[in-house]
Design a protein around this ligand. Structure first.
Ligand SMILES: Cc1cc2nc3c(=O)[nH]c(=O)nc-3n(C[C@H](O)[C@H](O)[C@H](O)COP(=O)(O)OP(=O)(O)OC[C@H]3O[C@@H](n4cnc5c(N)ncnc54)[C@H](O)[C@@H]3O)c2cc1C
Ligand code: SF4
Length: 490
């Protein structure tokens, strides 16, 4: 520990965010990182407390607490404080192969479990320290292509190039196996590319990493839908192992009358169209689903819904309402939700902040759901009947049920962000692997129910977080390596 009294003497300082009115003018990232010297000072706030829940990734109260990758946080915080940036990069990438992604999009489970946060309410800036370390690594050539010194002669196909696929591919390639990644979409990255909006993760960050992976020997085959364009049999014949990393993108629909109206889209389809049009042509092709001049209704109060709010505002919507079934969470931790558990408290994310700035109020309507979509004579959605909900005991279980109160919201664009019901079944069916009742692919320690076939990421665990996808990739790589070689050093 560099500075024993750092947490008492130094105030938490985070990156500056552009004001909402300014940042909605484009789709760029809007955090301005601290200067390296300032970040170095922040490293001194880590007290090396000896109770490192920050790196534990333990399940507490049904939620993960601390970093699922078990990042060596106190170690690299100390190296940051001492200005030993090269070493900090090496300690960081020892557990986290892609800190440039997590340090931009991770909800920072580490900070919620930081001991400094318990005592002062202001945790160490772990996530931003991580970003400073990885960006130093790129700028100063510490992170660069390192192809494996020799090859094992084994060939592995990885289906899906989201964070779990990229993670498993990187480690198996480093081990010397020849890896080919198959991707249905036109670009590599999974939900990092087409899902998470550009203002949270600019897409050159993914391309920068993919360039390195290519130089290290990984082959990428995009625009190829495994199970349709190429059969499961072909793949299992051609490769010594196949790892399915296809995500859990099956959206939960809203079964309400009027659902067939024009102008109702699933959130990921909407977000994908916007990012693709941005990357292909800077929006000149006009192919993005547009919220410009429209009143937008977002169904779902979670992170995906928030991404829709932020995107619609950037496109120039004239109003936005976000429905959330559950009650508004408390502003402070409630009794029974103590540190270091993940805090179940009200979070006003970037999109909601922007809605407050532009339209004067938080877009979220709690304890509500859609009862009916209303359409005009042309079949276009023009409104929705909303039912108010309350929490009641039904057959001994708590459930949200209608109060009987209803009202109407006007809208010309509806975005459904109501969660996901698992992976798309056709891939599992093509490979003949078992599914769970949760809509994910069943596995025994990442091995699917067919020989040679493994499963990883959201496809195995259901829709989750980037940091979990990376953890799954790391664990799966070790299992696949052991299957191929009889032992593993991963
Ligand atoms: C809108 C949105 C925003 C999110 N924001 C965050 C965030 O801010 N922070 C965070 O931590 N998590 C976030 N998440 C969750 C996170 O993105 C996922 O948990 C993570 O990407 C899962 O990684 P994965 O590799 O398992 O799957 P995915 O990222 O879903 O990648 C799966 C890939 O497989 C490909 N594929 C599927 N089937 C086939 C096939 N048959 N042949 C070839 N390729 C195929 C898909 O095209 C896709 O590229 C968000 C999710 C959504 C939907
Ligand atoms: S990956 Fe996420 S939880 Fe882990 S150290 Fe980084 S920000 Fe924290």
């Amino acid at each position: 520990m560099g500075k024993p009294t750092g947490f008492m003497e130094i105030t938490r300082q985070t990156s500056r965010e552009l004001e909402p009115e300014e940042r909605i003018k484009n789709f760029n990232e809007f955090h301005i990182p601290l200067h390296r010297d300032e970040q170095q000072t922040q490293g001194a706030r880590c007290m090396d407390c000896g109770v490192p829940f920050c790196q534990s990734g333990t399940m507490l109260g049904g939620m993960a607490s601390g970093c699922p990758l078990n990042n060596l946080i106190p170690e690299w915080n100390d190296l940051v404080y001492r200005g030993q940036w090269d070493l900090a990069v090496r300690r960081l990438i020892a557990t986290n192969r892609y800190p440039e992604f997590t340090s931009r999009v991770c909800p920072a489970l580490c900070e919620a479990a930081c001991t400094c946060g318990m005592t002062t309410g202001f945790p160490v800036t772990v996530k931003e320290n991580e970003r400073a370390v990885v960006e130093y690594g790129y700028t100063n050539g510490v992170i660069h292509a390192v192809p494996p010194p020799s090859r094992t002669g084994k060939r592995v196909a990885v289906v899906g190039t989201g964070p779990s696929g990229l993670s498993v591919a990187d480690l198996l390639n480093k081990r010397g196996h020849k890896v080919t990644m198959y991707e249905r979409s036109d670009r590599v990255g999974g939900l990092l590319m087409y899902g998470i909006p550009n203002m949270k993760l600019e897409k050159w960050v993914i391309d920068r990493r993919v360039d390195i992976l290519r130089q290290e020997g990984i082959d990428f085959v995009t625009g190829t839908d495994v199970g349709r364009d190429i059969s499961a049999e072909e793949l299992t014949e051609q490769y010594d192992a196949v790892v399915l990393c296809c995500g859990a993108k099956q959206p939960r629909d809203i079964a309400a009358p009027g659902r067939d109206a024009e102008g109702i889209y699933f959130a990921v389809d909407y977000l994908t169209s916007v990012t693709k049009s941005l990357l292909d042509s800077g929006f000149a092709d006009g192919k993005a689903i547009s919220a410009q001049g429209k009143k937008v209704l977002v169904i779902g109060g979670g992170d995906t819904g928030n991404d829709c709010v932020g995107t619609a505002i950037r496109q120039g919507c004239t109003g936005v309402t976000q429905l959330e079934m559950m009650p508004c969470p408390p502003e402070q931790r409630a009794p029974g939700n103590d540190w270091p558990e993940w805090p179940r408290v009200l979070k006003t994310d970037y999109g909601q902040q922007e809605a407050v700035a532009v339209f004067g109020s938080d877009p979220r309507l709690y304890q509500t759901t859609v009862k009916e979509f209303l359409k005009n004579d042309a079949g276009q959605v023009c409104g929705a009947r909303i039912a108010r909900l309350e929490s009641k005991l039904v057959d001994g279980r708590r459930a949200m049920v209608p109060t009987g109160e209803e009202f109407t919201v006007e809208c010309d664009l509806v975005l459904i962000a109501a969660g996901f019901t698992g992976c798309e079944k056709y891939v599992a069916e093509a490979f003949g692997v078992d599914m769970t009742p949760r809509g994910t692919v069943a596995d025994a320690k990442y091995a699917a129910s067919k020989p040679k076939v493994f499963v990883c990421g959201d496809m195995r665990r259901g829709q989750s977080l980037v940091v979990w996808a990376l953890r799954e990739g790391r664990d799966t790589a070790a299992v696949v390596d052991e299957y191929l070689m009889g032992y593993t050093n991963l």
